[in-house]
Every structure is written in structure tokens, then in C-alpha cells.
Ligand binder design. Structure first.
Ligand code: PMP
Length: 328
């Protein structure tokens, strides 16, 4: 669908995946006026296909659009686009529980104009593809690398929304992480370079203690980290499983010391693509430490199971998190 200042949104159109025709002067290409989302449809145990929390992704995309001075895609239009595409593509999704249909909505400025002001024409597209887990090896722990040189988000910036330009500046750090034998970058706050914020395209959680009294801790949002839909789901599921969910800042040196002391027993990352992925070891400058045993901990695995069950299991409806798409 295309939005213009004169006519608002054009009707949604379903078509085969094809190249877009775009002016080389399109605002989105030059000044990065573009926001996106990432959400998934799963085939449930009952064979139906359901999309996980699409209303929340629509709301976040509207917040992202407003931050970038773009017209938000109306929630009902976002949901109609999701329904249309998932209905058309659902037969491509096998019943293999490891596979899902990844949906990528994108809103970008398509007006041809080089003036430095918000564009007057925008294009909203939604594409889909079948995907496995982000980490093909499932709940295998990943080694992570703390970036001390680069930061991802500044107070008052765009770190709290899904702005396209948040991502390319992270590649350089990601390359350094890979060279150091790690898989992902841990981002610290940009002011003190001390507070743990996020992991690549994922939120981070820490487990204090063990057993049913364990605390499940994640950094508070505060505007510089993305309010993950998975993060919110896990905070709710943690409470349901009898753990104590907490939003609390964790400094990188505290993370190291608490791992050594055994008070932090597990760390994991969460996201639509990553689901729940345990963190095994941490590299920070010359230092390296192991989280817990370095393997996937029991609280991490319990939360991962609960999340997958909420997305695909027989109990997936109670929270109203899954929007089932009518079979064709
Ligand atoms: N942080 C960042 C920077 C991300 O890109 C993502 C992926 N959208 C997340 C966290 C996790 O968010 P969600 O659980 O909504 O996928």
C-alpha cells in the first residue's frame, strides 16, 4: 500500500514476491526514513496457523513510524495485511515445529525528493519466508562479546524503536565479535559504557538463584533498548511459572562478579528470531567468563518451552497472543 499526503493509504494488494520500482531519489534510500517489524506465524499442534502477538507488533511499528515522522500504518490495516499474506502462504509452512513463517513488514519513504523534511509519500510492504531458528543448533549456548568501542543507542535517539538505521552501524562490532570467536555483540549504554542493554537483535535476561524461587531479571526499557515482544511475553510467563520477574539494571562488571560468585546462574537472549537462546561465555576486553555451567540452564529451558508452547501448543490461546488465520 502507498500513502500520500493527498490521498492517505491506497488499498492493500496481494501479489507474488517481485522487485519494486523505485526512484533513485527516494527519500528512504538517502536519509534512511524507514522502519520495520519482524514477527512469526507458527503451525500449532492442532494444524492451524497462528500469528504471535501481531497487534503488539503493529503497535510497535506505529511507535517506530511516529519517531521517524512517518504516518503510522493503522493497526487494522497491518492485521489485514498479515491475514492476507499468511492465508496465501500457509500451505508453504510444514508441520515441522522447528519451522515458522517469518513476516517482515517494512514502511519506507518512497517520495523522490532530496529535501531534508519528512517525505510526502510512503510505501508499506509485507514479505514472508519460511525459516528455522535464528541459531540453527537450537538451545545451544552462544559465546558473546561485549563491545566497549561502539555503542548502539543514545538517550533521545532511536534505540527504542525498530528504525532501519539502527542495524548497519552494528556490523563492524559484529565482525570484531566473530574474529574473537564469539557469535553476538553485547551492547552497553552509551553514557557510562557500563550497563548491559541488549544483544544484537535480542533482549537479555539474567537468572539469579535457582529453582522455583529464581529471579528472572532483564534491563528496564528506558528508551535506548527495544521493547521486545518476546521480552514482554517472557516476563509474563516467568511469573506464571513461579519465578520472580524483575526489571533491573545490570552492570557488565556486576555480571562478571555475580557469575563468579554463583548468584547469576544463567543468562539468555530473547527475540522473535532467536526465541530463547542461552549465553554460554562472555568476552569483555581481555577478560572471559562462563555463565553458570556454560550450558543451557533449567530456568532458560523452562521459559523457552513455555514460550514455544504459548506459540504452538494446545494452550496457545489463553492470553489471546495467537491470531489464528482461517485455513483456505
Ligand atoms: N532488540 C533488538 C534491537 C531487536 O532488533 C529485536 C528484534 N525485533 C529485539 C530486541 C527482540 O524483539 P522481539 O522479541 O519483539 O523480536
Amino acid at each position: 500500500s502507498v500513502w500520500t499526503a493527498h490521498e492517505g493509504w491506497s488499498p492493500l494488494r496481494l501479489g507474488p514476491h517481485a522487485a519494486l520500482c523505485l526512484s533513485p531519489a527516494a527519500v528512504g534510500l538517502h536519509y534512511g526514513q524507514a522502519v520495520f517489524e519482524g514477527l512469526k506465524a507458527h503451525r500449532g499442534a492442532d494444524g492451524t496457523v497462528g500469528v504471535f502477538r501481531p497487534e503488539d507488533h503493529a503497535a510497535r511499528m506505529a511507535d517506530s513510524a511516529r519517531r521517524l515522522s512517518m504516518p503510522p500504518v493503522p493497526g487494522d490495516m497491518f492485521l489485514r495485511a498479515v491475514d492476507l499474506l499468511v492465508a496465501a502462504d500457509q500451505d508453504a509452512l510444514p508441520s515441522d515445529p522447528g519451522l515458522s513463517l517469518y513476516l517482515r513488514p517494512l514502511l519506507f519513504a518512497s517520495e523522490a525528493n532530496l529535501a531534508l523534511r519528512p517525505a510526502r509519500e510512503y510505501t508499506f510492504v509485507l514479505i514472508a519466508f519460511v525459516t528455522g531458528g535464528f541459531f540453527a543448533d537450537g538451545p545451544e549456548p552462544v559465546p558473546v562479546w561485549v563491545s566497549s568501542r561502539y555503542t548502539r543507542a543514545t538517550p533521545g535517539g532511536t534505540g527504542g524503536v525498530k528504525f532501519a538505521g539502527n542495524y548497519a552501524p552494528t556490523y563492524l562490532a559484529q565482525e570484531e565479535a566473530l574474529r574473537a570467536g564469539c557469535r553476538q555483540v553485547v551492547w552497553l549504554d552509551s553514557q557510562e559504557r557500563r550497563w548491559v542493554e541488549e544483544l544484537g537483535g535480542m533482549n537479555l535476561f539474567f537468572v539469579r538463584g535457582s529453582g522455583s524461587g529464581a529471579h528472572v531479571v532483564t534491563p528496564p526499557l528506558g528508551g535506548t533498548l527495544l521493547p521486545g515482544v518476546t521480552r514482554d511475553s517472557l516476563l509474563r510467563l516467568a511469573a506464571r511459572l513461579g519465578y520472580e520477574p524483575r526489571e533491573e539494571r545490570i552492570a557488565v562488571d556486576q555480571w562478571r562478579d555475580e557469575c563468579a560468585a554463583g548468584t547469576i546462574t544463567e543468562t539468555f537472549a530473547s527475540g522473535t528470531a532467536a526465541v530463547v537462546t542461552p549465553v554460554g561465555t562472555v568476552r569483555y576486553g581481555e577478560e572471559e567468563w562462563k555463565v553458570g555451567t556454560g550450558g543451557a540452564g533449567p530456568v532458560t529451558l523452562a521459559l523457552r518451552d513455555a514460550l514455544i508452547d504459548a506459540q504452538t501448543g494446545g494452550s496457545r490461546s489463553p492470553e489471546g497472543w495467537v491470531r489464528t488465520v482461517a485455513p483456505r
